[in-house]
Design a protein around this ligand. Sequence first.
Ligand code: BES
Ligand code: MN
Ligand code: ZN
Length: 498
Amino acid sequence: MDLNVKHGDSDKLRSGCVVVGISAPKRLSAAAERLDKASHGQLTALLKSADIDTDCGKTTLIHSPNGKVQASRILVAGCGKDKHLAPKDFIKIAAATARTLQASRVTDALSYLTELDVKDRDLVWKAQQIAIASRDVVYRFDELKSDAKPPKKPLRRLSVAVSSRDHLDEAKTGVANGVAIANGIDLARTLGNRPGNFCTPTDLAKQARDLKKAYSELKVEILDEKAMEKLGMGSLLSVSRGSRQPARLIVMQYQAGEKSDKPVVLVGKGVTFDSGGISIKPGAAMDEMKFDMCGAASVFGTVSAVAELGLPINLVGVIPATENLPDGDASKPGDVVTSMSGQTIEVLNTDAEGRLILCDALTYAGKFDPAVVIDIATLTGACIVALGNHTAALMSNHQALADDLLDAGQIAFDRAWQLPLWEEYDEQISSNFADMANIGSPGAGSITAASFLARFTKDYRWAHLDIAGVAWKSGKEKGATGRPVPLLMQYLMNRLEA
Ligand code: BES
Ligand code: MN
Ligand code: ZN
């Protein structure tokens, strides 16, 4: 879908459909007001007869409007009663209108949702959210269907409209940001949606090389198992020995900031399939463990969006990629392995493999002299028990970094919620046979997992995002969400402004 920006009056611009907001009970936005006049009061008449639903997120499509309206249709977005919209309601409205446009086979539309008054958010934000929400609706994953047919009349073009020329620049900035972020989200979704046999560690490494071809500011290095062995990554390699697919450590360096700027390092869990290993998982929904590389996918999405926007920052993406399978040579419960940091780990459960690969990647991340390190991982089922599917869990050894990530999540509406990292939790991972165990005593599974990682991140500012509950949806809508690309992009953009 093509997204662009237009300025002009809502009644005068031509399009397949013009989108305007109306609040309950009968408060017309300026663009709706103009359409009402040009159509000789058609909107007010339909409001009077209750044929327009003004509940927040409801839409009403009007075909062949009366009078001089230049658009072939009007789509009224119900905006509810509030004078100032909550940001999440604005996103809901943007998504609902995109869904209706797509379902009504409108191919080009013009959206004046930019005019709605949103609490604490500016035009750049609104334009950005319209772009992201619309692209979300038209996303498809059909590369593995033999008879993939594109929809007959897809939404091909959406113009984000402003009435005044003065607002054009802000709208353009918002749309450009939104398109780059949407491309990053799409990439993360597509990598996540690919099944394990189409998304191996080697495939992810190829993805990194493809990104490098597209962006000259990117440097890519792929470490194979031999190189990891040399570095002493015994913990990461203890996971991959259970699989015939060789592990890869993927390193992407984006350098467009000052040479002296310390980089932000993103570390993404890239378990391309997690069977649990010898501590094998039950069969139900095991297919969903193809999504266990969604942390890695979010790093790809973020790096590509940053490169597309050409943000003047230094960013490093580190992805430990492996399968977790139960081969005859696989690690066994009770095995003790030595991490790159020198610390030894008793593997009490081979299904707690995420932390085993992340710890070595986090030690490796230290070599970039990072400003901050953020790891993103589908790390624990306990995270879903604690927080459900609405928010990621955030844990950090540096409160200012945690606050910045929480803020970014609020603005992007891709939220995180902080959990404590107290030393009482750290005590839960003690071992009689090694420096630590890879699982904690019962309780607080997400925090004990983070406590494990914290033992490898003492040299720098670090935050951990457990995205087990938000990285994909189950059931009828099964598929990767692309989260937390929006949060990470917002964090990086905020950081640039500060
Ligand atoms: N990838 C899983 C975590 C997961 C499970 C995410 C279900 C989303 C949905 C992780 O590798 C894992 O298996 N964790 C174990 C840890 C346990 C053995 C301490 C878990 O959560 O059960
Ligand atoms: Mn596991
Ligand atoms: Zn896992």
